[in-house]
Design a protein around this ligand. Structure first.
Ligand code: AMP
Ligand code: ZN
Length: 507
C-alpha cells in the first residue's frame, strides 16, 4: 500500500485511487520565458520518479502537465527582444520538452498549452461569476476570496492574517488593489493592455490569470476530483491555494484528493555560505542544459535521488561527483555480473548462491517498502546498494557454475529493474560505448605494447590484456608487468581471476 505525505492534512495517508488501479495526476508546468534551471528540474524529476514508481506498482497513471505560454514575463521578454510573445513561448516550450527528455523525464500523457485552452478558462470564470464567487471590474475579473470560507485550508493560513499583509501592500499605493472589492481577491481574467496578446471574452479583450489555467486544464483532462496534484513547495501559496478555491467553488466538490510538494533545490551563497533557494530572481541559478554540459543526466538524477523529495537539496560540485561515483559503482556491479555470467563453467562453485538469492529478495522487498513510504528514494537506493554489495562479493569469489546462472541473472535483473524505476539505465555504460571514458593514451600504450592500430579504446584495452596473457604464458614477465604497470598508470586496475584478467577503470 502506497502512503504519501499530503500537504493539506500534513500527514502521511494511504493513496486510495478514485478509480481502482488508476491514478490521475496533475503537476504544474513551467512558464516558458527561459530555459529551465536545475531547481525546476528537481521538481519535475521528483514527480517523474513518483509517476514511474506508481506505474511500476501497476497503476495506470494519467499524467497532465500544462505549459504556461502566456504571462507577464513572456510578454516582457518578447518586448525586450522585439519578438512576439508567441515566438518566445514557442521557443522555450520546445526547449523545455527537449530539456525534460534529456534528463529522462517521461512525456506527460497530455501537455496542454494555456493559449489553446482559453475557452475552457472563460467557461470556468463564467461559472464562478454565476455562482457569486467572482465579479467583473472594468474588464478584469476577480475571485472573491471571502466567498469561499475554506480559503487557506491547503497552506494552513488564516484569512485574517493574510489580510494584514495585503493592507500594507495597499498602503504602498499599489493601484491595482483598489479595483478589487477586497485586497485578498485575485485576478481570474485581466483586461488587455495595448500590445499584449489577448482573447475575446464576455468581459472584453483580455487574457487569463495564471491560477485559473491550472484549474481549467486539470478539470478538462482529469475531471474532478482527481488523485494527486503536485508542484514545488513554493507553489503552495498562493498558486495552489487559489486553484483549490476556484475549482472547489465552481465544482462544488473536492479538487484534488492529495497534494504533494517537493522541496526546494538550494545553492550555497558565495559570500555567506548559507543555502538559498535557486531562483531566477536571486540570479544564482544553473540552467539544466548548462548542468548537462558538466555532468551526465543519469548522475544528475542520481544526485536528486539521494535526497528525499520533500527535503531541501543543497546543490554543489562535491555532491555531483559523489553522485557520479555512486552511479559508477552500480554500473560496475552490473558489468561485473555480466562478466561473471559470461564465464560460467562446469566445475566447483565459489559463489554463495544462497546468500545472493537472499540479497535479491531483501533488496526488492526493502526497495518497495521504502518507496511505498512516501517515495523514500534515498532509502530505496540503499536497498539497491545492499544488492550491489552482495553482487560484488559474488564477483570477488570469482567463479560460478552453470547452476548459479539463474541467481546471478536475477541479481543483475533486479539492479537494472529497480534503477529503471528511478529512470536510470545502468546498463547503458556496459552495453554502450564502453571505452568512452577511457583516456586516449590507452591507444598509444596498446600500439606500443600490443601492436594495436585501431581507434576503439575498449578494443585497445582488450588487446593489451591479450598481449599480457600471451606474455605470461611465455613467462615473459617484463612484457606482462609492462602492460600491467602501463594500464595502472592510466587509472586501470587489473584483477586476475580463475576466468582470466578483469579490468576496471577508475579514472
Ligand atoms: P516556474 O516556472 O517558476 O513556475 O517553476 C516551475 C516549477 O519549478 C514549479 O513547480 C516550481 O515549484 C519549481 N521550482 C522553482 N524553483 C525551484 C527550486 N529552486 N527548487 C525546486 N523546485 C523549484
Ligand atoms: Zn498550477
Amino acid at each position: 500500500m502506497v502512503k504519501l505525505y499530503n500537504t493539506q492534512t500534513r500527514s502521511k495517508i494511504e493513496l486510495e485511487p478514485i478509480t481502482p488501479g488508476k491514478i490521475g495526476m496533475y503537476v504544474c508546468g513551467p512558464t516558458v520565458y527561459n530555459r529551465i534551471h536545475i531547481g525546476n528540474a528537481r521538481t519535475f524529476i521528483s514527480f517523474d520518479i513518483i509517476r514511474r514508481y506508481l506505474m511500476w506498482r501497476g497503476y495506470d497513471v494519467t499524467f497532465v502537465q500544462n505549459v504556461t505560454d502566456v504571462d507577464d514575463k513572456i510578454i516582457k521578454r518578447a518586448n525586450e527582444e522585439g519578438r512576439t510573445a508567441a515566438e518566445v513561448a514557442a521557443e522555450y516550450t520546445e526547449a523545455f520538452i527537449n530539456d525534460m527528455r534529456a534528463v529522462g523525464v517521461l512525456d506527460p500523457t497530455v501537455r496542454p498549452k494555456a493559449t489553446e485552452e482559453i475557452d475552457e478558462m472563460i467557461k470556468l470564470v463564467s461559472e464562478l461569476i454565476e455562482k457569486g464567487h467572482a465579479y467583473e471590474v472594468e474588464g478584469d475579473v476577480y475571485f472573491a476570496v471571502r466567498s469561499f470560507p475554506e480559503y487557506g485550508k491547503l497552506s494552513g493560513r488564516n484569512i485574517d492574517e493574510m489580510e494584514g499583509g495585503h493592507r500594507e501592500l495597499r498602503a504602498d499605493g499599489q493601484g491595482l488593489e483598489d479595483r478589487k472589492r477586497d485586497p485578498l481577491d485575485f485576478a481570474l481574467w485581466k483586461a488587455a493592455k495595448p500590445g499584449e496578446p489577448s482573447w475575446t471574452s464576455p468581459w472584453g479583450e483580455g487574457r487569463p490569470g495564471w491560477h485559473i489555467e491550472c484549474s481549467a486544464m486539470s478539470r478538462k483532462y482529469l475531471g474532478l476530483p482527481f488523485d494527486i496534484h503536485g508542484g514545488g513547495s513554493d507553489l503552495v501559496f498562493p498558486h495552489h491555494e487559489n486553484e483549490v478555491a476556484q475549482s472547489e467553488a465552481a465544482g462544488g466538490c473536492t479538487f484534488s484528493n492529495n497534494w504533494m510538494h517537493s522541496g526546494m533545490l538550494q545553492i550555497a551563497n558565495a559570500e555567506t555560505g548559507e543555502a538559498e533557494k535557486m531562483s531566477k530572481s536571486l540570479n544564482n541559478f544553473l540552467l539544466l542544459y548548462e548542468a548537462l554540459e558538466i555532468v551526465r543526466p543519469e548522475s544528475l538524477r542520481m544526485l536528486m535521488l539521494q535526497t528525499h523529495y520533500r527535503s531541501p537539496l543543497v546543490f554543489g560540485d562535491q555532491r555531483l561527483s559523489e553522485a557520479d561515483a555512486a552511479l559508477t559503482r552500480i554500473e560496475n556491479a552490473v558489468k561485473n555480473l555480466d562478466w561473471l555470467l559470461s564465464n560460467a563453467a562446469d566445475g566447483e562453485a565459489a559463489v554463495d548462491a544462497a546468500a545472493l538469492d537472499a540479497a535479491v529478495a531483501t533488496a526488492r522487498e526493502s526497495f518497495t517498502a521504502s518507496m511505498d513510504d512516501d517515495f523514500n528514494a534515498p532509502e530505496a537506493l540503499g536497498a539497491v546498494f545492499g544488492l550491489v554489495n552482495a553482487s560484488n562479493a559474488a564477483v570477488a569469489a570469482g567463479a560460478i557454475t552453470t547452476a548459479d546462472v539463474a541467481v546471478v541473472t536475477a541479481a543483475r535483473e533486479a539492479i537494472v529493474e529497480l534503477m529503471g524505476v528511478f529512470g536510470i539505465d545502468v546498463t547503458a555504460a556496459a552495453s554502450g560505448d564502453e571505452g568512452a571514458n577511457y583516456p586516449d593514451a590507452v591507444l598509444a600504450l596498446a600500439a606500443d605494447l600490443a601492436g594495436f592500430d585501431g581507434t576503439d579504446k575498449a578494443a585497445a584495452v582488450q588487446a593489451l590484456l591479450d598481449a599480457r596473457a600471451a606474455a605470461r604464458k611465455e613467462k615473459n614477465w617484463a612484457v606482462a608487468d609492462g602492460v600491467r604497470n602501463g594500464l595502472n598508470d592510466l587509472g586501470f586496475t587489473i584483477e586476475d581471476t580463475a576466468q582470466g584478467a578483469r579490468v576496471s577503470y577508475n579514472g
